[in-house]
Design a protein around this ligand. Structure first.
Ligand SMILES: *Cc1c(COP(=O)(O)O)cnc(C)c1O
Length: 393
């Protein structure tokens, strides 16, 4: 089967089969097309392709068959009309801002977003006359209060990093739309396997494909999924001009990442849930942040909004930074790295790495304590992960 209407198929099937338009070579696996440009049959055809009157590839800054396959597959999986791939997750966020914002516009963003996302809005879009207010992810009243007549969009990550807090996407979508704004959700932590923000009312989904979509820590990439209209009018023209394109090789790696995403996410979630329950029983652990635990403030919301609770667990050690560092250094198998979404379990100390650039006051306001440790739970045997942590607990 080839060139099917994959809409009617299950998510696991779309992840494996959609997007591949088999060539005359009858290949079974999607080929990598390492070509920067494409050849036209005539001068007239070249002219028609440049004006868009005739579909087809022109130049790989804006279309490449391997990258297009990835885009088609991810759009289906997110139940969006169209997807555009980018060189990184940050390039995807940059493209959304460049496409949608102009001087004088305003953005409301959740406080707990990825550090570079904060810098992007504050330092770079800020330089061109866009203002951004940051609010608590879970405080719906604060979101409502922050919206101004010139607010263009609300931007959030749910679950947040590193405290794994959950925001109600449907409620915030309603709020945004009531004020003529868009809702943008960075779906990096959940992937479409666990949560589909567009189905819940969001207008744009962002991905860092670097994380779970790759899944094995090899390539950097990103994506934007939205309506045909938003992509065609606002994002694609910027990609074509701005040029932060995903390479065909990376798209090929991400395509195979998508093929195993459903089973990997399930296994990540199972291991993380097991680890969270175990951590809660350890005497030196003061608090565990995991939405699967009934002790989590948004446990019920997480149950409704996500199909599973995710692969990231954070916990607080009662004895602060010294114990956190000691625990991290006592591990022998876990990788000390801030990356996440890998089959290998990674461990990090947010207060001195990912959130180290914040002032102590800003960190305290964000609830990131010195004893906090974040684990991206991988797919090793869960008993080995526990054993490694026990060395420092
Ligand atoms: C890593 C990450 C990004 C940035 O993605 P890159 O691919 O590293 O540019 C954006 N959002 C979230 C939630 C991330 O974890």
């Amino acid at each position: 089967m080839n060139d099917n209407n994959w809409n009617d198929y299950g998510l696991e099937t779309q992840a494996i089969r959609a997007g591949h338009h088999r060539t005359h070579e009858d290949e079974h696996s999607i080929p990598i097309f390492p070509t920067s440009s494409y050849v036209f049959k005539s001068a007239e055809e070249a002219a028609l392709r440049f004006t868009g009157q005739k579909p087809g590839n022109i130049y790989s800054r804006f279309t490449n068959p391997t990258v297009s396959a990835f885009q088609e597959r991810l759009a289906l999986m997110e139940k969006g009309e169209r997807c555009l791939a980018f060189a990184s997750g940050m390039a995807a966020i940059m493209a959304v801002g460049m496409g949608l914002l102009k001087a004088g516009d305003h953005v409301v963003c959740s406080r707990g977003v990825f550090g570079n996302t904060v810098l992007m809005f504050q330092n770079y879009f800020g330089k061109f006359g866009v203002t951004t207010d940051f609010v608590d992810l879970t405080d719906t009243a604060a979101w409502a209060a922050a919206i101004k007549p010139n607010t263009r969009f609300l931007f959030l990550e749910t679950p947040s990093n590193p405290l794994i807090e959950i925001a109600g996407i449907a409620a915030l979508a309603d709020l945004a739309h009531a004020h003529g704004c868009l809702l943008i959700v960075d779906n990096c932590f959940c992937t479409p396997i666990l949560q589909k923000p567009l189905v819940l009312g969001a207008d744009i989904v962002i991905h860092s494909a670097t994380k779970y979509i790759d899944g094995q820590g090899r390539c950097v990439g990103g994506a934007v999924v939205a309506s045909d209209e938003i992509i065609e009018k606002q994002i694609y023209p910027y990609l074509r001009t701005g040029g932060a394109t995903m390479s065909p090789f990376n798209a090929w790696v991400f395509l195979s990442g998508l093929e195993t995403l459903a089973i990997r996410m399930k296994a990540h979630c199972d291991n993380a849930f097991e680890l969270a329950k175990w951590l809660e029983q350890q005497p030196s652990v003061a608090k565990v942040h995991y939405p699967g635990l009934p002790s989590h403030a948004q446990h019920e919301l997480a149950k409704r909004q996500q199909s599973h609770f995710g692969g990231i667990v954070s916990f607080e050690l009662a004895n602060g930074k010294d114990h956190a560092w000691q625990l991290i250094d006592a591990t022998e198998m876990l990788s000390i790295t801030a990356n996440l979404g890998d089959v290998k379990t990674t461990i990090t100390h947010p207060a001195t790495t990912t959130h180290g650039r914040l002032t102590p006051e800003a960190r305290a306001a964000a609830g990131i304590k010195d004893g906090l440790v974040r684990i991206s739970v991988g797919l090793e045997n869960i008993d080995d992960i526990k054993k490694d942590l026990l060395k420092g607990l």
